[in-house]
Design a protein around this ligand. Structure first.
Ligand code: PLP
Length: 383
């Protein structure tokens, strides 16, 4: 048995993605900036990929900029916007449950003299829209909020936030970390009044080390990478052609019938949730009812999440205790902020699904999970 339920950490690349990357490495290896035929061919292919990505978002080609992934996109946007407005406005609004690539960037900016308001979340992992409105000051230059939380799957009210920011007299930019929402929620940034957005390829069966930023036309930022002026000067460095080709393929496959794919994943998540609730007692579902389609976070009281993870791994089932980035540290900052009891934080497991999972996977996982939780609870009691 080999059942992979850790798709929020990363996904298995589609076979077509790997084929495209091999083609880029073996055939389309020329530098897209080169003036000869081979370079021009690669440049044309990258242009087409940019266009197809833009189309999935109802955006313009020139609003898409390739990066090395979500971490770089978050850094480039937050630092780039903050540093551009530094002299006039130095206040940023974010939340307490952001990914470390946002939280640590903000911490760094605080050391540089920026003021950051971290909005709290309720027990369902959501911010309060009124508290958000209250947090805005004349010195606010940027609001940076994750669309979907990577540990519990809570969805923030981005549309309401965007609408409110648009109604203000003074421009406040809106950045969305969409790493866990692109391809899981069908949305268009312009309808949400989003100014900047970060996306990562390896979360939807693309390669690792590639992603993109959406930057609304005419919005500016101060680039963090300077060099040869690639990506219209916003992100210098020779293009990661294999990554871009692979990303383009993943984007085109996942968007073929996105609404059905989302429904399928959501239905798998509901089956998993129902079966866990029916078969295992003394649990707590930490993901909100109206959360994203692919994340189910559950606390098994009386069990250590990390021990359960390794127990399941021995039986060929791969899950996570929280986010891959924070799992080596103590306790989840997200579950802490959601006010979970220590015993619930300790016993938390994140199941995260993709379109490559099946109902059969869920059927196979349940008996193993039931047995594992029972075994571990017995062992804990005997101690
Ligand atoms: C919400 C969120 N933001 C950012 C990232 C970082 O993306 P990348 O791994 O492409 O650097 C992740 C990855 O775990 C994430 O889940």
């Amino acid at each position: 048995m080999d059942i992979y339920l850790d798709n929020s950490a990363t996904t298995k690349p589609y076979k077509e993605v790997i084929d495209k990357m091999v083609y880029a490495l073996s055939t389309d290896y020329a530098n897209p900036s080169s003036l000869h035929r081979k370079g021009i061919e690669v440049e044309k292919n990258i242009k087409n990929i940019r266009q197809s990505i833009a189309r999935t978002l109802g955006a313009k080609d020139k609003e898409i900029y390739f990066t090395s992934g979500g971490t770089e996109a978050n850094n480039a946007i937050i630092r780039g916007v903050a540093n551009l407005h530094k002299k006039r406005k130095n206040h940023i609004i974010s939340t307490v449950i952001e990914h470390p690539s946002v939280l640590n960037t903000l911490k760094d900016l605080e050391e540089d003299g920026f003021e950051v308001t971290y909005l709290p979340v309720d027990t369902t992992g959501k911010i309060d829209i009124e508290a958000f409105k209250q947090a805005i000051k004349p010195s606010t230059c940027l609001v940076s909020i994750m669309h979907v939380n990577n540990e519990v799957g809570s969805i923030q009210p981005i549309q309401e936030i965007g609408k409110y920011l648009k109604s203000l007299n003074d421009k406040v930019y809106l950045h969305i970390d969409a790493v866990q929402s692109y391809s899981k929620i069908n949305f268009k940034p312009s309808r949400y009044n989003i100014d900047f957005m970060s996306v990562s390829g390896h979360k939807f069966h693309g390669p690792k080390g590639i992603g993109f930023m959406y930057i609304k036309e005419n919005n500016r930022l101060k680039p963090i990478l300077t060099g040869g002026g690639q990506e219209i000067g916003i992100r210098s460095g020779t293009e990661n052609t294999p990554g871009i080709y692979g990303l383009g393929e993943a984007v085109s496959i996942i968007n073929k019938d996105l609404n059905s794919t989302i429904d399928k994943i959501n239905s798998l998540k509901n089956s998993l949730k129902d079966e866990i609730e029916r078969n295992i007692d003394d649990i707590k579902i930490n993901s909100p009812e109206d959360g994203v389609c692919h994340i189910l976070n559950v606390s098994f009281r009386g069990v250590k999440g990390e021990v359960l993870l390794h127990y399941l791994e021995q039986k060929g089932i791969y899950v996570s205790t929280g986010s891959a980035c924070s799992s080596k540290k103590k306790g989840s900052h997200v579950l802490n902020e959601m006010n979970l009891a220590p015993v619930e934080i300790e016993g938390a497991i994140r199941f995260s699904l993709s379109d490559l999972n099946t109902e059969e996977d869920i059927k196979s996982v349940i008996p193993v999970l039931v047995e594992s939780v029972n075994d571990l609870r017995m062992i804990m009691k005997r101690r």
